[in-house]
Ligand binder design. Structure first.
Ligand code: NAP
Length: 301
C-alpha cells in the first residue's frame, strides 16, 4: 500500500472552509483531516504530533494548512508551526485564512498586469484606495500594494477609526505605512477616489461600496478592481468577468471583476497546495509567496 498524502487542516474557527477542503483534494492531497477551534498555543503540539510517525522518507507526504478568518493569527500560527519542526522531521505549512492570502495576491497581481498592459506603468508611486481594506483580504492586499511602492489608503464605511487601527497593526507587524480614510458618505467617498489611480473593492460580500456616480469622481483612475461576486456589484460598472475591460466614461480606465480575480486565486491556491509536496523540501507558504506565484501566473497568461 503506497503512503497517502495527508494534510492536517487546522483552523481557529468552528468550521474549516469547505472551499479549502475541495481545493486540497483536487490538488492531490489524498487524506485531509480537519482540526477546528485550534488555539494558537496548540500549534506546536499538533505539529510535533504530526511529524514523527512516518519516518524521514515519508514525512514529505505530510503537510499542514492554516485557515481561519484572521490574517495576523494565521501568520503567528505559521511561524509557530515552522518553529516546532525538528529536522529532518519537517513538513510544509501553508496559511490562507479566509482565502485572503491567495485572493489578495491574485488581486494585486491582476492590477499590476493591467497597469503594465494598458497604462505602461507599475504600482510603484500609484495612489491606491481600498474600500473594505480592514477585512482579511483587503488588509493583505494593502500590505502587498504598499510593499510594491504604492501609496495605500484603507477606506472605512463608518469612519476612519477601524482603518486607523488596521494601519497601526500593519505598521507594527509588517513595517508598512498605510493611510486611513473615512468613506461613510457619498461626498467622502468621492473625495477619497478623486486623486486615486487604483480603486479596489474588498468590502463584505453583497455590499455595493461605490456607485457609478462615486467612481466618476475618480478623474485620474487607471484601474478599478472589485472582489465581490454576490450581487449587487461592489463597484458599479465593473462586471464579474471583466479582465481589463474599458470602463465607460472613465478616460481609459479599465475594470477587473471578482471572477477574473477568482480564476487567478484558484490557480495560485492549487499551485501552492502542490508546491507543498513537489518542491522537495519543506515550504512555509505565506502571502508573499502567494504573490510571487500570482505574478508568475499573470505573466504567463
Ligand atoms: N473573488 C474571489 O476570489 C474572492 C475570494 C475571497 C473573498 N472574496 C471577496 O472579497 C471581499 C473581502 O473579503 P473579506 O473576507 O476580507 O471581507 P469581510 O471581512 O467580510 O469584510 C471586509 C470589510 O468590509 C467592510 N464592510 C462591512 N459591512 C459593510 C457595509 N455595509 N458597507 C461597506 N463596507 C462594509 C468592513 O470594513 P469597515 O467596517 O472597516 O468599513 C469589513 O472589514 C468579499 O466581498 C469576499 O466575498 C472574493
Amino acid at each position: 500500500m503506497s503512503n497517502p498524502y495527508i494534510l492536517h487542516m487546522i483552523t481557529p474557527a468552528k468550521n474549516l472552509s469547505p472551499f479549502d477542503v475541495n481545493m486540497a483534494v483536487d490538488a492531490g492531497w489524498t487524506t485531509v483531516v480537519p482540526y477546528t477551534q485550534v488555539a494558537t498555543a496548540e500549534v506546536n503540539g499538533l505539529v510535533q504530533d504530526a511529524i514523527f510517525s512516518r519516518g524521514p522518507k515519508n514525512v514529505c507526504r505530510t503537510g499542514m494548512f492554516i485557515g481561519g478568518r484572521d490574517a495576523s493569527e494565521a501568520m503567528d500560527m505559521l511561524q509557530l508551526a515552522q518553529n516546532a519542526m525538528v529536522p529532518p522531521f519537517e513538513i510544509s505549512v501553508f496559511a490562507d485564512p479566509s482565502g485572503a492570502f491567495t485572493t489578495a495576491a491574485a488581486l494585486i497581481a491582476a492590477v499590476e498586469q493591467q497597469l503594465h498592459k494598458v497604462h505602461a506603468t507599475s504600482l510603484a508611486g500609484q495612489r491606491v484606495c481600498i474600500f473594505g481594506g480592514t477585512g482579511p483580504v483587503g488588509q493583505v492586499a494593502s500590505v502587498l500594494a504598499a510593499r510594491t511602492g504604492a501609496t495605500v489608503s484603507i477606506v472605512g464605511h463608518k469612519s476612519d477609526e477601524h482603518p486607523r487601527q488596521v494601519a497601526a497593526e500593519c505598521k507594527q507587524r509588517y513595517n508598512v505605512d498605510l493611510e486611513a480614510a473615512d468613506g461613510s458618505s457619498d461626498t467622502l467617498k468621492e473625495q477619497v477616489v478623486a486623486d486615486a489611480d487604483v480603486v479596489l473593492g474588498a468590502a463584505r460580500a453583497g455590499v455595493q461600496v461605490l456607485s457609478g456616480r462615486n467612481l466618476s469622481a475618480a478623474k485620474k483612475l487607471k484601474v478599478a478592481a472589485d472582489l465581490n461576486a454576490v450581487p449587487p456589484p461592489g463597484i458599479e460598472g465593473v462586471g464579474l468577468m471583466d479582465d481589463g475591460k474599458v470602463l465607460e466614461g472613465l478616460h481609459g480606465a479599465v475594470g477587473i471583476g471578482a471572477l477574473a480575480v477568482g480564476n487567478i486565486k484558484y490557480q495560485v491556491q492549487q499551485a501552492l497546495l502542490q508546491d507543498m509536496v513537489v518542491k522537495g523540501k519543506p515550504q512555509y507558504l505565506d502571502f508573499e509567496y502567494a504573490f510571487e506565484r500570482a505574478r508568475a501566473y499573470v505573466t504567463q497568461h
